[in-house]
Design a protein around this ligand. Structure first.
Ligand code: IMP
Ligand code: MG
Length: 185
């Protein structure tokens, strides 16, 4: 069992389980895209950690690129109105694209992103998310690859932050209730 860090209420998914699931997703993606071109699009910053591990579990050549986006409106709850802070460097027209996300909550951010990328006419566009909170979904999105379904709680670690901290935890933890006062959930 990993050491529980300050700020963590409990460990939801331990390090070995995270790594095992990421490896399995890599195998699945490698099989699905065998013999085809593949571009992974990561959403900064949370997806960086998942993306780095996932890519090393994919056995054929693939490329990565990143986007940075920010929600307009309330800082805490997703409004679905999204501003692109950093766009892709690579032209995705005619490419097989997988959007790599850390977590899908309401789904509003991803829904915007999918419409935006679809308009650039990729050959295929799919989503791979490490975590999903189905209870919180406000808009249905087809998600091809899911690491774990989790309950409606605020999680940190393995890329996920609370006020920009805790991304470096090697496991997925539930934020300690003492810190929860400042979160939307
Ligand atoms: P959505 O538009 O509501 O799906 O917002 C998704 C974004 O909200 C994610 O990319 C995260 O940045 C953030 N988020 C949602 N739930 C959590 C959580 O439990 N921990 C940390 N960040 C979260
Ligand atoms: Mg965040």
């Amino acid at each position: 069992m990993s050491e529980v860090h300050h700020g963590v209420g409990e460990i939801l998914i331990d390090e070995a389980s995270v790594q095992g699931r990421v490896a399995a997703l890599g195998v699945e993606i490698s099989a699905d895209y065998a013999g085809r071109d593949l571009l992974l699009v990561g959403v900064l910053k949370g997806a960086v950690f998942f993306m780095a591990d996932l890519m090393r579990e994919i056995s054929m050549p693939c490329e990565i690129d990143f986007m940075a986006i920010s929600s307009y409106g309330a800082a805490t709850d997703s409004s679905g109105v999204v501003r692109i802070l950093k766009d892709l460097d690579i032209n995705i027209t005619g490419r097989n694209v997988i959007i790599v996300e850390d977590i899908i909550d309401s789904g509003l951010t991803l829904s915007y992103l999918m419409r935006n990328l679809q308009a650039r006419e990729p050959l295929t566009l799919e989503v791979c998310t490490l975590l999903t909170k189905p209870e919180r979904r406000e808009i249905e999105i087809p998600i091809r690859y899911v690491g774990f379904e989790i309950p409606n709680c605020f999680v940190i670690g393995y890329g996920l932050d609370f006020a920009e901290k805790y991304r470096n935890l090697p496991y997925i933890g539930v934020l300690h209730p003492d810190l929860l006062a400042g979160t939307p959930h």
